[in-house]
Write a protein that binds this ligand. Structure first.
Ligand code: TRP
Length: 459
């Protein structure tokens, strides 16, 4: 069956796609969540399992999403509609669009904090963070201040909207072609700085030497959840980005490149954070506060620390921006393709609505007690964490399972492989890929879903 084409924009080529998709994948997940999750889960053993999951689960699901996208050249809802009209499958795309919206509404809050830290690094306000206590107070001062928290996430959303409204090649591709090389440069410079600190070897060993006694079900599940989130899987972001890849381009190559970049950046982020942490005698299991509370104290103790701090928070903000772009783009593409909205209208309206929904998350870090979880809260979780769990954990795993079932059992592997190989380049190990998509991925991700529901864990 052929799908009628719409005039909806395309990447200029492979490189444009790889940078934009790697930009989506590389985000707070790599530089904020990966290091603290690794730190909470024992370091090397977690990293090893994570790498295995990226290869065995992440890459297969990524290719499955890309295959759907390129075949249909549609947003997630339109893609399922084009392949199996008059079925409930488009609802899976609908869940994806909703999830993109849900993730963006809390992700932009944390992304806003990175802007706040960048400002503080530039103005010198961060200089006072010389002890963990003071640094913690600075962090709370920012995230629990209602005005700052709201303004910063709004600002971040405006940046995102301005880029997405520019279109696929004129907005997203143009921005990522500048932002991604900049990100690599900053990251490399920081990694060199961190790994040459006295005492850095201990941090490097922590990241790469697996301590197998630390492995339990929780560590394995955290690694799997991280692999899905980090590669932007389970909600059709890669369906959408794949839909803009011209047929002449080698899709398996482009997809695998994205996964390699994403993984490399997570490891590089670890190579910045853990050596710096160990050199300063810090505790790796500091949790989500790691990059916001622990790192500033380390930067302040370093010669040239101000420059390092500015570079680091600029890096975080850039990484977050290329990810929020992809989250907004999924929702925008739906309204453009399916509802006939102009891109301009969709970007501002969806982005604006997302801002409204981001407000409760922004206020949930201490500004408003009822939203902040704990004893005084309406529910045990604060609103930001609640959103992270619902959209970032449950919904993504459900989406990823359904996408695998769709490709493996409904649409069929031969069709998917034909889409992946449309340029004439072969999908290496196509047989193994089929087995992974059809059996291994859905079962393993289902186990993850059952685990997080049963234990109430979130990552
Ligand atoms: N992958 C991004 C990160 O690591 C976050 C992200 C962007 C995402 N788009 C997504 C996660 C789509 C899941 C689905 O920060």
């Amino acid at each position: 069956m052929s799908v009628p084409s719409l005039d909806r924009g395309q990447w200029s080529g492979k490189l444009g796609f790889i940078l934009a998709a790697a930009g989506s994948a590389i985000g707070l997940g790599n530089i904020w969540r990966f290091p603290y999750t690794a730190g909470e889960n024992g370091g090397g053993a977690f990293v090893l399992i994570y790498l295995v999951f990226v290869a065995l689960i992440g890459v297969p699901v990524l290719l499955a999403e890309l295959a759907i996208g390129r075949k249909t050249q549609r947003n997630p809802v339109g893609a399922f509609k084009a392949l199996v009209p008059a079925s409930w499958w488009p609802l899976v795309g609908g869940l994806g669009v909703l999830t993109g919206f849900g993730i963006l509404a809390f992700y932009s809050v944390v992304a806003g904090w990175t802007l706040g830290y960048l400002f503080m690094a530039v103005t010198g306000a961060l200089h006072e963070a010389t002890t963990a206590d003071v640094s913690g107070t600075i962090f709370t001062g920012l995230v629990a201040d209602p005005l700052w928290a709201i303004v910063l996430s709004g600002l971040f959303l405006v940046l995102t909207i301005v880029i997405v409204r520019g279109g696929v090649s004129g907005g997203i591709e143009r921005a990522t072609k500048i932002l991604m090389p900049l990100l690599f440069l900053i990251l490399l410079a920081l990694a060199v700085r961190a790994t040459t600190l006295p005492g850095a070897v201990e941090g490097i060993a922590y990241l790469f030497k697996p301590d197998f006694s630390r492995i339990d079900a929780g560590v394995v599940m955290a690694a799997l959840g991280q692999a899905l989130f980090s590669l932007s899987l389970g909600m059709g972001a890669m369906i959408t980005y794949g839909s803009y890849l011209p047929e002449r381009e080698n899709m398996p190559f482009a997809g695998v490149s994205v996964a390699i970049f994403d993984t490399l950046i997570a490891v590089l982020a670890g190579l910045i954070i853990f050596p710096a942490l160990f050199a300063a005698g810090g505790d790796p299991s500091g949790g989500p506060g790691l990059v916001f509370i622990v790192l500033p104290t380390i930067f302040n103790a370093l010669p040239g620390g101000t420059v390092v701090a500015i570079a680091f928070y600029a890096l975080l903000a850039i990484a977050a921006l290329t990810s929020t772009i992809s989250l907004l783009e999924v929702v925008v593409s739906y309204f453009v393709d399916e509802r006939g909205w102009s891109r301009e209208k969709a970007a501002w309206l969806i982005g604006g609505l997302c801002f409204v929904l981001a407000v409760p998350s922004a206020l949930s870090q201490g500004a408003v007690a009822a939203l902040s979880g704990g004893d005084e809260g309406l529910i045990a979780w604060d609103f930001l964490t609640l959103n992270n769990n619902v959209w970032g954990n449950y919904s993504l795993s459900i989406g990823a399972i359904l996408i695998c079932i769709f490709v493996g059992w409904k649409w069929g592997l031969p069709n998917a492989i034909a889409s992946l190989e449309a340029s004439g380049d072969r999908l290496p190990a196509a047989g193994a890929w089929g087995v992974l998509v059809k059996y291994v991925c859905p079962v393993v991700i289902l186990i993850l879903l059952i685990f997080i529901v049963a234990t109430g864990t979130y990552f």
